[in-house]
Design a protein around this ligand. Structure first.
Ligand code: PLP
Length: 286
C-alpha cells in the first residue's frame, strides 16, 4: 500500500516528501510538533493535542499554517489514505522558509508537515508483566520545556544513553535533585503512603496531554494526588512508578538506575490508569 505524507498543502508519496533547505524548522529547530495516537481507529485526545499545539505556536509567535478545522481534516484524511487503524500521526509546524537569519523573518506562511506510522503493539512483550527500567540523567535543557519544540537534542542524547544502558527511558533531574520528566514522557510515582505524585505544570516540564487525561481519571477514581516535584530518592522509596505519553499511555517503571521500585512488579495504580485511559479512548470519550 502506498504511503503518503502531507507537506504544505500537498499529499505526496512518503519517500519523495521534502521541505525546502531553508526551512527554519530544518536549519534552526524553529518549530513545534505534536504526536496523536490512533487506537483502534480512534484519535486519542485530538482536542488536547491541538490545544497544546496552539499554546506552543502562540508562545513562539508562529502563525497557524492552516485553520484548526482544516488541520484536523488533513490529519484524518492522511490517516485514512495510509490505512492507519493503530498508529500515530506526527505533525510539525515551523516558522517557514526564509534566508538563514536568527531573527524572525517578515511574515510568511508557516510550514506544515504531517506523517503517520503504524504501530503493531502498544507495549513490547514483557513490558506490562515486568515493567520497564529507567535511568536518571542531568536535565540539560533550556528554560521553556513547556513548549513542544522540535529542538530535541538533549532528549536525543538522553534516549541514546538510556538505550546504551538497556533502559526504556531516561528521567531528567534538575540540579536540586528533583525529577523533571522523561525524555519523551512525564514521570509519576505512588508513594509508600499511596499518594499519586507527578510534577506540577510549569516552564520546567511539558504538560503531557496524556498526563492531564490520567489526572482526570485519577481524580474520578478519588485517588489521593499531589502535583509537586519529587526527588530520585523519593522515587526509589516509592510503591510504584510509571511514565505517561501519547504512545505509552501509562507504562509501569520497575527499576530506576538498576534499583528495584516497590515489589519490582507493575502496580495496580499504573495498570488501572492505563486500562481506564485505553477504555476512554476506545469509547470515544477522549
Ligand atoms: N514530556 C516530554 C519531554 C515529551 O516529549 C512528551 C511527549 O513526547 C511528554 C512529556 C508526554 O506528552 P504527551 O502525553 O502529550 O505525549
Amino acid at each position: 500500500m502506498a504511503r503518503w505524507a502531507y507537506v504544505n498543502g500537498r499529499y505526496l508519496p512518503h519517500d519523495r516528501a521534502a521541505v525546502h533547505i531553508e526551512d527554519r524548522g530544518f536549519q534552526l529547530a524553529d518549530g513545534v510538533y505534536e504526536v496523536v495516537t490512533i487506537l483502534d481507529g480512534r484519535f486519542a485526545d485530538m482536542d488536547g493535542h491541538l490545544d497544546r499545539l496552539d499554546r506552543s505556536l502562540t508562545a513562539l509567535g508562529i502563525p497557524w499554517p492552516v485553520s484548526r478545522r482544516v488541520l484536523e481534516r488533513v490529519i484524518r484524511e492522511l490517516a485514512r489514505r495510509n490505512g492507519i487503524h493503530d498508529g500515530a500521526v506526527y505533525m510539525q509546524v515551523s516558522r517557514g522558509v526564509a534566508p538563514r537569519d536568527f531573527r524572525f523573518p517578515s511574515p510568511r506562511p508557516s510550514s506544515l508537515v504531517i506523517t503517520t506510522r503504524r504501530v503493531r503493539r502498544w507495549a513490547q512483550p514483557g513490558q506490562l508483566e515486568d515493567g520497564v527500567p529507567v535511568i536518571t540523567i542531568p536535565d540539560i535543557r533550556w528554560g521553556r520545556r513547556d513548549i513542544k519544540t522540535t529542538g530535541l537534542l538533549a532528549q536525543v542524547f538522553g534516549k541514546q544513553q538510556a538505550a546504551e544502558a538497556g533502559a526504556f527511558e531516561a528521567w531528567m533531574v534538575d540540579p536540586d535533585g528533583t525529577v523533571t520528566e522523561g525524555c519523551s514522557s512525564n514521570a509519576w510515582i505512588v508513594t509508600a503512603e499511596g499518594m499519586l505524585v507527578t510534577r506540577e505544570p510549569s516552564h520546567k516540564i511539558l504538560n503531557g496531554v496524556t498526563r492531564l487525561a490520567l489526572l482526570r481519571l485519577a481524580r474520578a477514581a478519588e485517588l489521593p494526588i499531589e502535583e509537586r516535584p519529587f526527588t530520585v530518592a523519593e522515587a526509589l522509596a516509592a510503591r510504584e512508578a510509571f511514565v505517561s505519553s501519547a504512545g505509552t499511555f501509562a507504562l509501569p517503571v520497575t527499576r530506576i538506575d538498576g534499583h528495584t521500585v516497590g515489589t519490582g512488579k507493575p502496580g495496580p495504580v499504573a495498570l488501572g490508569l492505563r486500562r481506564a485511559y485505553i477504555d476512554d479512548v476506545l469509547r470515544g470519550s477522549l
